[in-house]
Design a protein around this ligand. Structure first.
Ligand SMILES: [Fe+2]
Length: 215
């Protein structure tokens, strides 16, 4: 009998489910699911190992064993051009970024954040940005962040200065993808921002306190 433990994170929506599975044994992934390896060891999915804090979309596979994974499912496809069909529900219930970070240049930014949930020292939350939204250049966090794209196409961008014209790297974010860390060993970040090309949803993973395991 499987001993897999399952918990839905509190910010899940009827149309977007984020679940944590622990002590996984023989977990069947039926339909398209973003699987994040949230353990400190490789997890074999299909015939390939998935490294810690990497992710991809899987279906029709069994995960034989894993100490912890995060699974994200949507009631629509992970990509549909411009429009996220549940955008209105998000705008009405999530927190606008201007209420989280009261900076004048974010006042009209079409960016919303869900509530948070926590597993050990790791906090998770969802973000939604409307198409063509620059989400704001910044270079400070009191945590180490990674982002996993859930819906749409966006980019993580790095800048030499707090200035859009000083762009020096772009990492495209497509559904199921988690970018490599932008922070260094000391937790320092370059100037960076998220740019939403289409309507975008991503899962933010925020590590507090201790250093990350091997990445
Ligand atoms: Fe950031």
């Amino acid at each position: 009998m499987s001993q897999t433990a399952q918990r839905k994170l509190q910010f899940s929506e009827p149309f977007l489910k984020v679940e944590c599975f622990e002590d996984v044994e023989n977990l069947w992934i039926d339909s398209k699911t973003i699987v994040i390896n949230a353990s400190d060891a490789e997890v074999v999915i299909g015939d390939k190992p998935l490294r810690p804090w990497n992710s991809s979309i899987f279906l029709a596979v069994v995960i034989l064993t894993a100490s912890r994974i995060i699974c994200v499912t949507l009631d629509t496809d992970f990509f549909s051009g411009n429009i996220f069909p549940h955008a209105r529900s998000i705008i009405e219930t999530w927190t606008p970024v201007r209420d989280i970070i009261p900076l004048p240049h974010l006042k009209n930014t079409k960016l919303w954040r869900s509530k948070k949930d926590r597993i050990d020292n790791v906090e998770f939350n969802l973000w939604y940005a409307a198409a063509s939204t620059s989400c704001g250049i910044h270079n400070e966090h009191d945590f180490r962040e990674l982002h996993t794209q859930v819906f749409g196409i966006g980019r993580m961008q790095k800048f030499h200065k707090n200035d859009h014209d000083s762009l020096y790297q772009e990492v495209f974010m497509s559904p199921g993808y988690t970018h490599d860390p932008f922070y260094d060993e000391d937790g320092k970040y370059p100037w960076h921002q998220y740019l939403a090309d289409t309507d975008c949803i991503w899962l933010a993973t925020e590590f507090h306190g201790q250093r990350l395991p091997t990445l």
